[in-house]
Design a protein around this ligand. Structure first.
Ligand code: LLP
Length: 420
């Protein structure tokens, strides 16, 4: 459920008129709905009332400080994968004891920053990383709270590029190595074994892979406890898909939470969730304006002012995003469009052969479900400025990231003195 809907033919973000906003901000820009963000994070609080899970929002999905602040005010923590994300989470007021650190390539510097901050948990993904974490912790005179990310060899995820839990993926330690590595970890003075961690993929569209992975998790936890490990926490990662409008919608978050609850209730562990997309995905849209309608030889191209550098998901994963006119026209005929941006690449598209109500140059369009993995994956390719981000709350709005000037974009570059 989100808060973007047409009223009397005009698209509203909560109670803010998107066309009026476009006039004020200038296209393209992202708009996020605070009410939607809050609603999505509350699913866990409702489903696990009394159980006190840690909902660690996966910052990579949307790292804007205002977004993180809103989620923090709902009691959410953060799942970070870099020193930069750690800094953002702390700056947004997320308590270190609500932060987990994931990722296959944490550097010594990053481990030190996280140990200094006093984070809740490191999710360790390999034997060499375990040694490195032990060394860094010992040098600081600390013990690092550690869960091992175990790879359950379950295929899951909406696209090959976002599936992470199979044997051939780079993530996690192999299932068959887990017990031996835990036994080794128990003997390391810089490591405190606290739990087990899984994350099997993203945009997962049915509950079966979760069921398979967490049934395996229960067995592993029993084995590790029999080996003498203290396992108080189970981090179930993220991965639940959202409806993008093309395929059968994924399970409702309430059903996902219900399944996890059922599978993990007997385990006596504190649950940690790392949701990204299900919190932020449908809480954001990308607003763009048609520059030209080009009648090509084989296709009609709707050329808009947003491009693959602003939202790369269609180019990278063939992702489907609904496209809606911001202002509905009465009795507009449907036409087939390739919706494309101005970047000089054939992969710069938002939709191919999509039936849409007729568009004219100057019309605004909303690219839906763009709140997760949208702005965070943007680049300045073709020297296009990163687009602004706007938060709405009821009838209020605020720019939460402004558009940089061209001068700011060039400010980090210098010309070697032999060229001057
Ligand atoms: N935890 C870990 C360790 C992760 O690697 C991820 C996502 C998440 C949590 C959050 O997963 P989510 O709940 O959002 O599915 N850029 C791609 C998605 C990449 C996901 C990477 N890892 C996309 O636009 O679809």
């Amino acid at each position: 459920m989100h808060h973007f809907e047409h009223r009397n033919g005009r698209l509203y973000a909560e109670d803010v008129d998107v066309a009026a906003l476009a006039g004020e901000i200038g296209t393209p820009f992202y708009v996020y709905s605070e009410a939607t963000l809050r609603r999505h994070v509350r699913v866990f609080a409702t489903a696990f009332a009394g159980a006190d899970p840690l909902v660690a929002f996966s910052v990579k999905a949307n790292s804007n400080l205002a977004v993180l602040k809103i989620l923090a005010s709902e009691g959410a923590g953060a799942d970070v994968v870099s020193a930069g994300e750690l800094m953002r989470a702390l700056k947004a007021g997320i308590a270190p004891e609500n932060i987990v650190f994931s990722g296959v390539g944490k550097t010594g510097e990053e481990m030190k920053a996280a140990l200094d901050a006093g984070i809740y948990q490191f999710n360790v993904e390999s034997a060499p990383e375990l040694e490195a974490l032990n060394d860094v912790a010992l040098a600081l005179g600390k013990r690092a709270p550690m869960a091992m990310r175990v790879n359950p060899d379950v295929a899951a995820g909406g696209h090959d590029k976002i599936s992470t839990g199979r044997k051939e993926d780079k993530f996690g330690v192999a299932w068959d190595d887990a017990r031996a590595l835990y036994a080794h970890a128990r003997g390391l003075d810089g490591i405190e074994v606290v739990g087990v961690d899984f994350h099997i993929g993203s945009q997962i569209s049915d509950l079966a892979p979760f069921e398979a992975a967490f049934t395996k998790a229960a067995g592993l936890i029993a084995d590790l406890r029999a080996d003498g490990c203290t396992i108080d926490r189970l981090d179930v990662g993220g991965g639940l898909g959202i409806p993008y409008g093309d395929k059968t919608p994924p399970p409702h978050p309430d059903d996902y939470a219900g399944l996890i609850k059922k599978l993990t209730a007997p385990l006596d562990v504190r649950l940690i969730f790392e949701p990204g997309r299900m919190i932020a995905g449908n809480a954001g849209i990308l607003v763009t304006q048609a520059i030209y309608v080009k009648e090509g030889e084989a296709r009609t191209f709707l050329i808009v002012d947003a491009a693959m550098n602003d939202l790369i998901r269609p180019a990278l994963y063939d992702a489907h995003h609904e496209i809606q006119p911001v202002l509905l026209k009465e009795n507009a005929p449907e036409k087939l469009y390739d919706v494309v941006g101005p970047v000089c690449e054939s992969s710069d598209f938002f939709a191919k052969q999509r039936a849409l109500p007729e568009f004219r140059a100057g019309d605004y369009a909303a690219i839906m479900s763009a709140g997760a993995y949208g702005a965070v994956q943007a680049s300045q390719y073709n020297t296009r400025p990163l687009v602004p981000e706007v938060m709405v709350n009821g009838d209020k709005h605020a720019v939460i990231r402004r558009r940089p000037t061209f001068e700011e974009m060039l400010a980090l570059e210098t010309t070697p003195d032999w060229l001057s």
